[in-house]
Design a protein around this ligand. Structure first.
Ligand code: ADQ
Length: 489
C-alpha cells in the first residue's frame, strides 16, 4: 500500500559462546526454570551500539528429546538466547576433553596432559573430531538465524573452528573471534597436534581479538612460524587476504558495583561483616577453583607470612572463596584435595580455640555478598599462574572507594598490564616474595594506598565492559568483508 513504511530490520549481533548466559533447569516434560547469569559480559553485550544482540550457545543441560528441545528453545526466546543442543558424549569429548583438558592448560602454559600420555594420544583424535563436529553444530544454528548484514561474534577457545565453518557456509558473513584466555608463545602452541588446523580456522575470521598486544603478537608469530604466513602491522596475510588482529582489553560494568554499594541490603551486609571481623585485617581471594589461579601458591605464601610474622597472628584473616568448576575432571579433583590439605594444616598450626586464620569456602557467593566482601577487604590477593585478564582484580578496585585497599597482583595476569602501576606485582611461583608482599600491603601507609588506588580506580571506571564490546564490534563492522573464500591448507 502507498504510504506504508517498511521499517528497516535492525542489524543483529549474534554472540556465539560455548555457554549461554542462562542455565536451564527442567521442571517437567515441557517446562523450564531459567537462571540468568548476570555479569559484565551480559550487560556489555546487550548494549552494544544499539544492535539487536542475541546469544547462541549451550544451555548446560542434556536435552535428548524433541519435546524438551522445542520447549526450551521457546522458553529461551524472551532471554534473547538460542540453544545449541549437545549430547552427553559430545560434551564429554568436546568440552571436558578437547577444550578443558587440552586447550585450556596449553593456553595457560601448563602444557599438554603428561599422565597417561599414550591414552591421551589415542583419545586426542576422537576429541578433536568431536570438537570440530560441535563447532559445526554451533555454525548450523548461527546460519539458521543469520540474515544479510548481521555481525557474528564468536567467543573463546571452545570455538576456534567456528570461523571456518561459518565462512564456508556464507563467505559474506561478517565474523569476529575473541579469545578470553592468553594466547601462548608460538613455541607452546606448536606442541599441539592440531596446531595448524586451528590457526587456519581462526584466520577465516575478519577480526581476531585478544586482551593485550602480547597475546596478539604470539598469535601472529604462531601464524608466521608454524604456517609460514606473512605478518603485517594489521594482522596476518594469507594469499593476499588480510585477517585483522588487534588487542581489546576487557573491563567490567564498574557502575553496577558503584551503585551496589549504596543498596541498603548490601550496606547492612557490610556492617555485619565489619562486626564479624572487627580488629582483624582482611586478605581476600576470589577465584574459580582452577589450577591457573595459583590458589595453593597463595595459601602457602600466607602460611609463610604467618610463620615469619608472629605479631600478625590473630590480627589477620584470609578469606578464600573458591567456586568449584569442571568437577568431573580428575585434575580439578586433585587440586581441591591439595587445597583442603594445606588449609587444614595452616588452621591446625596457627588457629586457636577462638580464631582461625583462613576461611576457605568451596562455593560461589552471591553477587550482593561478593560486593560487600570486596568493600571491607584490606588486601586482595590475585596469584594467577596465567590469566587472560582477571576481572576479580577489577571488581575489587571498583568496590574500594572508601577503604582504598591494596591489590597484590600476579604479573602473569593480563590485568598486570592495566593495573600494574597501582598494584603490587608479584611472581606467584616465588612464595617468599609473595609472603613479603603480604607484609608490605598490610603495612602500607595510607598516602601510598590512596595513590595506588587512584590509579587503578581511574582505569577500571574508564575502561568498561561496554566500551570493550563497542570497540570490538565497531571495528568489526568497519571491515569490508573479503568474500573470496580462501583456499587454505
Ligand atoms: P575467569 O577465569 O572466570 O574468566 P575472571 O576474569 O576473574 O576469571 O572472572 C571471574 C568472574 O567470576 C568474576 O566476575 C567473579 O566475580 C566471578 N567469581 C569468581 N569466583 C567466584 C566466587 N567464588 N563466587 C562468586 N563469584 C565468583 C575468563 C578468563 C579471564 C578473563 C575473563 C573475561 O580466564 O582471564 O578475564 O574470562 O575475559
Amino acid at each position: 500500500h502507498q504510504g506504508d513504511v517498511v521499517k528497516p530490520r535492525k542489524q543483529q549481533l549474534l554472540v556465539v559462546a560455548n555457554r549461554l548466559p542462562v542455565t536451564a533447569h527442567r521442571k517437567g516434560e515441557d517446562s523450564w526454570s531459567l537462571e540468568v547469569t548476570a555479569g559484565g559480559l551480559v550487560s556489555a553485550l546487550l548494549g552494544v551500539n544499539e544492535l539487536d544482540a542475541k546469544w547462541i550457545g549451550w544451555a548446560g543441560v542434556n536435552v535428548p528429546d524433541e519435546i524438551g528441545q522445542t520447549s526450551l528453545t521457546e522458553a529461551l526466546v524472551e532471554k534473547r538466547c538460542i540453544p545449541v543442543f549437545l549430547d552427553e558424549e559430545m560434551v564429554d569429548k568436546y568440552y571436558n576433553g578437547y577444550c578443558n583438558n587440552i586447550l585450556w592448560p596449553l593456553f595457560h602454559y601448563l602444557g599438554l596432559p603428561q599422565e597417561d600420555r599414550l591414552a591421551t594420544t589415542r583419545s586426542f583424535q576422537s576429541q578433536f573430531d568431536a570438537y570440530k563436529l560441535a563447532n559445526q553444530m554451533f555454525a548450523d544454528v548461527v546460519c539458521q538465524h543469520y540474515e544479510d548484514g548481521d555481525v557474528v561474534w564468536c567467543h573463546d577457545y571452545h570455538l576456534m573452528f567456528l570461523p571456518k565453518c561459518l565462512k564456508e557456509k556464507n563467505s559474506k558473513m561478517k565474523v569476529g573471534w575473541f579469545l578470553h584466555t592468553p594466547f601462548p608463545s608460538s613455541e607452546i602452541h606448536r606442541t599441539l597436534p592440531s596446531r595448524s588446523e586451528l590457526l587456519h580456522s581462526v584466520l577465516y575470521a575478519d577480526l581476531v581479538g585478544f586482551h593485550n598486544y602480547d597475546y596478539a603478537r604470539h598469535f601472529v608469530s604462531a601464524c608466521t612460524r608454524i604456517l609460514g604466513l606473512e605478518g603485517t602491522p594489521q594482522g596476518v596475510e594469507n594469499q593476499g587476504k588480510l585477517t585483522h588482529v588487534a588487542a581489546f582489553p576487557i573491563g567490567i560494568d564498574s557502575g553496577r558495583f558503584k551503585r551496589a554499594l549504596k543498596i541498603p541490603e548490601i550496606e547492612d551486609h557490610i556492617k555485619e561483616l565489619k562486626k564479624t571481623f572487627a580488629g582483624k585485617k582482611i586478605i581476600l581471594g576470589v577465584d574459580r577453583l582452577d589450577m591457573i589461579k595459583g590458589i595453593p601458591q597463595k595459601i602457602l605464601a600466607f602460611e609463610k607470612f604467618l610463620e615469619e610474622n608472629p605479631e600478625w597472628h590473630d590480627k589477620v584473616v584470609l578469606l578464600q572463596i573458591a567456586v568449584p568448576t569442571r568437577t568431573d575432571v580428575p585434575e580439578y579433583q586433585k587440586l581441591t584435595s591439595q587445597v583442603h590439605e594445606i588449609v587444614g594444616r595452616i588452621t591446625g598450626r596457627f588457629g586457636t580455640l577462638t580464631s582461625i586464620p583462613i576461611h576457605h569456602l568451596d562455593r560461589a557467593v552471591d553477587w550482593n555478598a561478593l560486593c560487600a566482601i570486596y568493600a571491607i577487604t584490606d588486601v586482595a590477593l590475585v596469584t594467577s599462574l596465567r590469566d587472560g585478564m582477571n576481572l576479580v582484580s577489577y571488581e575489587f578496585v571498583a568496590c574500594q572507594e572508601s577503604k582504598k585497599g591494596v591489590l597484590i597482583l600476579s604479573e602473569f595476569a593480563g590485568a598486570a598490564q592495566s593495573l600494574g602501576a597501582g598494584a603490587l606485582l608479584v611472581n606467584p611461583w616465588n612464595i617468599s616474595e609473595l609472603a613479603a608482599s603480604i607484609g608490605q600491603a598490610l603495612n602500607m601507609p595510607a598516602v601510598e594506598r590512596e595513590k595506588r588506588h587512584r590509579h587503578n580506580y581511574a582505569h577500571v571506571t574508564s575502561h568498561t565492559s561496554k566500551q570493550w564490546a563497542d570497540m570490538f564490534v565497531s571495528e568489526l563492522n568497519d571491515i569490508v568483508v573479503d568474500d573470496q573464500l580462501r583456499t587454505r591448507q
